[in-house]
Each structure stands twice: as structure tokens, then as C-alpha cells.
Design a protein around this ligand. Structure first.
Ligand SMILES: Nc1ncnc2c1ncn2[C@@H]1O[C@H](COP(=O)(O)OP(=O)(O)O)[C@@H](O)[C@H]1O
Ligand SMILES: Nc1ccn([C@@H]2O[C@H](COP(=O)(O)O)[C@@H](O)[C@H]2O)c(=O)n1
Length: 211
């Protein structure tokens, strides 16, 4: 019998703790429902393919605008998984601002967490989610965390992180990301280590699985 997954969406500013929250729920639920019962999809995997552009051209792109994502492909993958079919998820490489050659096959599993800055922006995605979470972490905290992470993990410099923050990250957060808080079922203050929020989301997932 094929599985029709439950989809949980986690949105919020860059470096607000979406990946940490998703990873924590994943690790802790694995112990309860089994490792083959839960998976994470990153919206970042669906940044537009842009091999036709030079590295300099790709560096100049606004990666915080909804148009930077191929949401149609993400929607198609959600629907395929919903129908019990395996999908090939692109793998994104931030250091070159492009998809890599490889893909990650994902079979339908009972619980799929989808996390990304604009996961609640698109109505067509929202209506496919069974629960919607928004990380409400203060922007100054996000900037400090992003600075550290992007330098150690995404090949960036202090100057490039600050320049990008002023040019796109902050303005696009205010224009496109923060307004999606209204669509959330659960708003998580402080970030990915909020224990009460983690327990509540896990309990809700287990309840949905039982029904
Ligand atoms: N509550 C927290 N306390 C300390 N560090 C955190 C916390 N939440 C996230 N981080 C760190 O901040 C960085 C960004 O978090 P991440 O979960 O990757 O954010 P997002 O997925 O929203 O971009 C990571 O290095 C992560 O380990
Ligand atoms: N080539 C890229 C692609 C994306 N970004 C930034 O990533 C942020 C979203 O990812 P999070 O894990 O931080 O939620 C987004 O704010 C983009 O600015 C990038 O810097 N380079």
C-alpha cells in the first residue's frame, strides 16, 4: 500500500532556526516512529537552475525574492509524493549559487517537513500543508547567526554577508516573508531550541498520524 504523507511547513527569516527546528523534530520523532517514517525537504533545493549565468551574474541575484525559487517544481514534487510516487530532489550548492549535478531520491514517507523562507508565501503550497509553522526570531539575532553560518558553511565573507543583508535579505523579509506569519498555525518565538514548541509540534504530528 502506498503512503500519502503529512506535510509540515516551517517558514521564517534566514537563520531564524528553521533547519534546527526541522532537524530536532526529525531526530526526536525518528526514535518514536522510525527512521524511514520522516523526511525533510528544503525549499532552498528549489532555487532556480541557472547554469546559463556566470558566477558573477549568479552572485548578483536576489535570492530572497519569490521569483528566485522554482515553486512549480516543489508543488509538483509534493503532489507526486502525495500520490505515493518517488521524486528526485535537486541538491543546492550555496558556494557556487547553483544546483549541483546530483539529485536526492525521496520516497513517500508518513511525515515530510518542508522548511524555507518563503514556504508560506505561495497559496498553492500553503493549501498542501497540514500544519504551518513560522519562526519568529528577532532579525538582529538572525543576522548574527547568519554571519557566523554563511562564513563557515557557505563560503562567504563578513563584507558580502553585510552587503547582501542590506541589499536583499532584510528588505525582502519585510516585504515577503514577515507578512506570511498570518498564515501560520503555530508561531515559534526565539528559535529552534524552543522546547515547548518542539514538544507541541511533535505531539500534533503524532496525533495526525494516529487519525
Ligand atoms: N536557538 C539557537 N541558539 C543558538 N544557535 C542557533 C539557534 N537556532 C539556530 N542556531 C544556529 O544559527 C544558525 C542558523 O540556524 P538555521 O537553523 O540554519 O536557520 P535557518 O534554517 O532558519 O536559516 C545555525 O548555525 C544554527 O546552528
Ligand atoms: N545562492 C544563494 C542562495 C540563497 N542564499 C540565501 O539563503 C537564504 C535562505 O536560506 P536559509 O537557510 O538561510 O533560510 C536566503 O536568505 C538567501 O539570501 C544565498 O545567500 N545564496
Amino acid at each position: 500500500m502506498s503512503v500519502s504523507p503529512i506535510f509540515i511547513g516551517i517558514a521564517g527569516a534566514s537563520a531564524s532556526g528553521k533547519s534546527l527546528l526541522a532537524g530536532t523534530i526529525y531526530e526526536e520523532l525518528r526514535n518514536t516512529i522510525g527512521g524511514h517514517s520522516i523526511a525533510i525537504i528544503k525549499e532552498d533545493s528549489y532555487y532556480q537552475e541557472q547554469s546559463d549565468l556566470t558566477f558573477e551574474e549568479r552572485t548578483a541575484i536576489n535570492y530572497d525574492h519569490p521569483n528566485a525559487f522554482d515553486h512549480d517544481l516543489l508543488i509538483d514534487h509534493i503532489d507526486q509524493l502525495h500520490q505515493g510516487r518517488e521524486v528526485d530532489i535537486p541538491i543546492y550548492d550555496y558556494t557556487v549559487h547553483n544546483r549541483s549535478e546530483e539529485k536526492r531520491p525521496l520516497s513517500p514517507v508518513p511525515v515530510i517537513i518542508i522548511e524555507g523562507i518563503l514556504i508560506l508565501h505561495d497559496k498553492a503550497i500553503r493549501k498542501r500543508l497540514d500544519a504551518k509553522v513560522f519562526m519568529d526570531t528577532p532579525l538582529d539575532v538572525c543576522l548574527l547567526r547568519r554571519l557566523r553560518r554563511d562564513i563557515s558553511e557557505r563560503g562567504r565573507t563578513v563584507d558580502s554577508v553585510i552587503e547582501q543583508y542590506k541589499r536583499t535579505v532584510r528588505p525582502m523579509f519585510l516585504e515577503f516573508i514577515e507578512p506570511t506569519k498570518q498564515f501560520a498555525d503555530i508561531i515559534v518565538p526565539r528559535g529552534g531550541k524552543n522546547r515547548v514548541a518542539i514538544e507541541m509540534i511533535k505531539a500534533r504530528i503524532l496525533q495526525m498520524l494516529a487519525n
